[in-house]
Design a protein around this ligand. Structure first.
Ligand code: PAF
Length: 284
């Protein structure tokens, strides 16, 4: 297993990658905000399937957090993350500081306005512009052959697919199905904040989405299936329920505006105590 190299500047990142390119090797990128867990390692394993070299980035991106969100308290565990990446055979860690990514005078924003609208976009104003901007930078800095993102953040994945297409960024964007606990709960660093009682309730979000997906697949009206699942979530104790909706799988248009036969996705976000959970499932 090769040793993990750690770089903190764009220049050093590019130098190492240029060396690999020179030797004819391909590169896969896994962008993260650290606090790594098994779902991140699934992204690393996927990148390894597609590329000779795997680069992970750790950067807690301030521009994707709203003023009342958890930027300052977001977990930062770099030493442990480095061990995890090393154990997984990652070749290079890019861990820049805020000044490296947003030097004085920085002002360009990447915005993908339609896909960023609705769902999480309505509840986290500016979030997707922050994500789109930092991911564009990471893709252009590393210029990998592929970059891997989890489907758990489904709206984020569609925003990233769109920006790569629109800006002609020659990187294959790979979406990896959500990694789940045995009871269906989507793996997330925020699950650690759930009380034992809320942890027992949390898988009901997956169950509610599965119910919607099965019923819509069987021909039930989207509005009827979503209303029943909304009721089930509320009865289980989720509050507030930010959204539980069916959208088109690629452009995330509301289901009632979907062209006939368009693939659909059921998506939800809701709070249990102080923890915000999101999840989604394909329909059909
Ligand atoms: O999904 C995440 O961890 C982040 O949104 C990402 C893609 C690394 C951008 O900061």
């Amino acid at each position: 297993m090769s040793d993990l190299e750690i770089v903190r500047t764009v220049r050093a990142l590019r130098e190492t990658i240029a060396g690999w390119r020179h030797a004819g090797e391909t590169v896969g990128l896994v962008p993260t905000m650290g606090a790594l867990h098994m779902a991140h390692m699934a992204l690393v394993d996927e990148a390894r399937k597609h590329a000779d070299r795997v680069v992970a980035s750790i950067f807690v991106n301030p521009t994707q957090f709203g003023p009342n969100e958890d930027f300052s308290s977001y977990p930062r565990r770099e030493a442990g993350d480095i061990e995890t990446l090393r154990d997984h055979g990652v070749d290079l860690l890019f861990a820049p500081d805020v000044k490296e990514m947003y030097p004085a005078g920085f002002e360009t924003i990447v915005d993908v306005p339609n896909i960023s609208q609705g769902l999480c976009g309505d509840h986290r104003p500016g979030h997707f512009a922050g994500v789109a901007t930092i991911v564009t930078k990471l893709l252009l800095q590393a210029l990998p052959d592929c970059a891997v993102f989890g489907e758990k953040d489904y709206q984020q994945l569609q925003v990233i697919r769109r920006l790569a297409l629109d800006l002609d960024i020659p990187v294959d964007i790979i979406g990896l199905p959500t990694v789940r606990e045995a009871d269906g709960l989507a793996v997330s660093s925020r699950n650690a904040n759930l009380s034992p009682a809320d942890r027992a309730i949390a898988p009901k979000m997956h169950a509610a989405l599965k119910d919607v997906a099965d019923k819509v697949q069987a021909g039930e009206a989207v509005s009827v299936a979503c209303a029943a699942a909304h009721e089930a979530l509320a009865a289980a104790g989720f509050f507030p329920i930010e959204y539980l909706e069916v959208r088109t799988a690629d452009t995330l248009m509301p289901a009632d505006q979907a062209p006939a036969g368009a693939p659909l996705r059921a998506l939800a976000a809701a709070w249990l105590g102080k923890t915000r959970l999101i999840d989604n499932l394909p329909i059909g």
